[in-house]
Design a protein around this ligand. Structure first.
Ligand code: SF4
Ligand code: SF4
Ligand code: SF4
Length: 306
């Protein structure tokens, strides 16, 4: 029995993205398009910014297009948004980050031209870029995707992605952790945080970590110990989780880039589950000025105060 996932629509999507990018650049609707292009290694893809319609043919979409390009509109390439209206290729999970950033006044909808991708899934960080997309090689986030078809974009190729039923890995892992005692859970996370080498790749890749100066880099006074030792590591991970609670779009980029295989998106998903249960709130579907942790209501559940 094969568990191959049908990605045959990606060729037509590539063609449609190229056509639309060529049109919006040549007609002057946008000054640049942020998308994906083939990289050197067989089958791999990398982010690209094109400003000339002639280069639209470089754009691709494949299961190797893993990056969340929203980060290129905040800090990775700060100069891009200043050049005018920007076209950006977005998968549904990346769109959630853009929606969150609009709510936080980091981006304006009218300054973006959204090229949405009907998406069947992308490869896990453990798979080789040229590998076939299957139930074994697909990224864990895609197993429980609720955004295969991005909504309210300016252009979406008319294709239906394959969406086979796959068992949710995060869901199963959260259930396993919830069945533990608090002491067992603490031991589990302490063991994970212990592995952290404080490379901050997770912070650099996250579209929501856009502070000019991160609290964790401050040394006068020092807020979080910068060397990779257990106490400072735990502080860093708690700061990270709390800072992203109610904001995290679930793109799983932090987990993908972590060289120490720390299950960061598991913590993100657990926080998201808590927010759904406590406040019926889900990040990324609607532009909202304030998330639940930035608001107070007298009817809020106070039971956590012991
Ligand atoms: S989570 Fe959904 S939209 Fe994002 S890459 Fe996976 S299948 Fe595509
Ligand atoms: S915390 Fe991780 S999953 Fe959430 S938005 Fe940032 S990079 Fe994406
Ligand atoms: S990417 Fe991983 S190792 Fe690096 S700081 Fe983040 S959690 Fe730690």
């Amino acid at each position: 029995m094969t568990n191959t996932i049908d990605t045959s629509i990606y060729a037509a999507i590539t063609e449609a993205i190229q056509g639309e990018a060529r049109r919006i650049l040549s007609e002057g609707h946008v000054s640049a398009v942020v998308g994906y292009a083939a990289a050197r290694r067989k089958g791999s893809a990398q982010p690209v910014v094109i400003t000339d319609a002639v280069r639209a043919e470089e754009l691709i979409f494949s299961a190797a297009c893993v990056n969340n390009l929203a980060v290129y509109l905040t800090k990775a390439k700060k100069e891009i948004p200043k050049t005018g209206k920007i076209g950006i290729v977005v998968k549904g999970c990346d769109l959630k980050a853009l929606v969150g950033l609009m709510g936080e006044s980091q981006l304006k909808r009218e300054e973006l031209y959204l090229i949405g991708v009907p998406c069947a899934g992308v490869l896990a960080s453990t798979a080789q870029p040229a590998q076939e997309l299957t139930g074994d090689t697909i990224a864990p986030k895609c197993r429980e995707c609720d955004a295969h078809l991005p909504q309210e974009c300016d252009f979406v190729p008319d294709r239906q992605p394959a969406t086979p039923e796959l068992a949710g890995k995060y869901r199963a892992e959260i259930a396993r952790l919830e069945a533990m005692t608090p002491a067992e859970r603490w031991a589990y996370w302490k063991e994970q945080f212990k592995k952290c080498i404080k490379c901050y790749a997770c912070r650099q890749v996250c579209p929501f970590c856009f502070c000019e100066q991160c609290l964790c880099d401050r040394n006068k006074p020092q807020m979080v110990e910068t060397t990779p030792r257990p106490a400072g590591n735990t502080a860093w991970h708690i700061v990270r989780a709390m800072h992203l609670a109610g904001r995290c779009a679930g793109c799983a980029e932090c987990e993908r880039v972590c060289p120490m295989d720390i299950p960061l998106n598991l913590l993100n998903r657990k926080m998201a589950k808590e927010l759904k249960e406590l406040y019926d709130y889900e990040a990324g579907f609607q532009v909202r000025e304030k998330g639940p942790l930035a608001m107070y209501d007298e009817k809020d559940d106070q039971s956590f105060i012991k």
